[in-house]
Ligand binder design. Structure first.
Ligand code: DC
Length: 211
């Protein structure tokens, strides 16, 4: 049986995960957050104290690591790991490893009838033939404000201007990297997530009902 695949791409803190969770629940699809895989590799690198410049040690780490899973943990959301994840995501060997992990997971999974997957290159590279591709847009200020509130609510110290600067920096890194930069995937529906969640859902529902 063919599995349904919905991809959700967009910049940092654009609310992809919230939208993916909504779709997952309403349409009984498994939610996969591809950013978690990059964050886990970033965490491994920091934990092993491997410098980014030491590519041989970095490649060895990836080749010898057990298969990384989608399981989430709060510590993976820290700003330190966010920054490192964005840095390691430029390397082809990292992206090849993460892409293979994702495709294998979907191919070998016998439990779920379909998947909703969020990230930066899911509709443009990893699952180009997805049944529905969404691209989420939110302006920088709204994203910084939402991220700031998230951090404060979770007990981390935070400064709005710093978050805004970091969001701009991550956008630049994600959009200008040579391999798999963040783009609007071919055939994607662009969703404006600046307003209320209800407004966002109304934009998406039409396309979901057609599946
Ligand atoms: O979505 P996120 O913030 O958890 O992603 C963390 C970093 O991982 C992000 O800065 C860029 C990278 N990433 C990527 O390059 N491609 C993806 N499909 C998902 C994440």
């Amino acid at each position: 049986m063919k599995k349904t695949i919905i991809t959700i791409d967009g910049p940092a803190a654009s609310g992809k995960e919230h939208i993916a969770r909504y779709i997952s629940k309403k349409y009984s699809l498994k939610h996969l957050d591809s950013g978690i895989l990059y964050r886990k590799i970033a965490h491994l690198l920091l934990e092993k104290k491997i410098k980014l410049g030491n590519l041989n040690a970095f490649k060895r780490l990836i080749n010898n690591s057990p298969v990384i899973t989608y399981r989430k943990s709060k510590y993976l959301r820290s700003e330190k790991i966010s920054k490192m994840a964005s840095k390691i995501a430029i390397f082809k060997f990292v992206r090849d490893y993460v892409n293979k992990t994702q495709r294998d997971f979907v191919k070998n999974n016998k439990i779920h009838k379909g998947f909703v997957i969020d990230g930066r290159d899911i509709g443009s590279v990893v699952f180009k033939n997805a049944d529905l591709k969404l691209y989420i847009e939110v302006n920088e200020q709204n994203r910084a404000q939402r991220r700031y509130k998230q951090l404060i609510d979770s007990g981390e110290k935070s400064i709005y201007q710093k978050i805004l600067r970091e969001i701009k920096l991550r956008d630049k890194k994600d959009k200008t990297r040579k391999i798999s930069p963040l783009v609007i995937p071919k055939g994607a529906i662009v969703i404006d997530n600046n307003g209320s969640f209800k407004n966002t859902v109304n934009q998406i529902r039409f396309f979901l009902d057609k599946l």
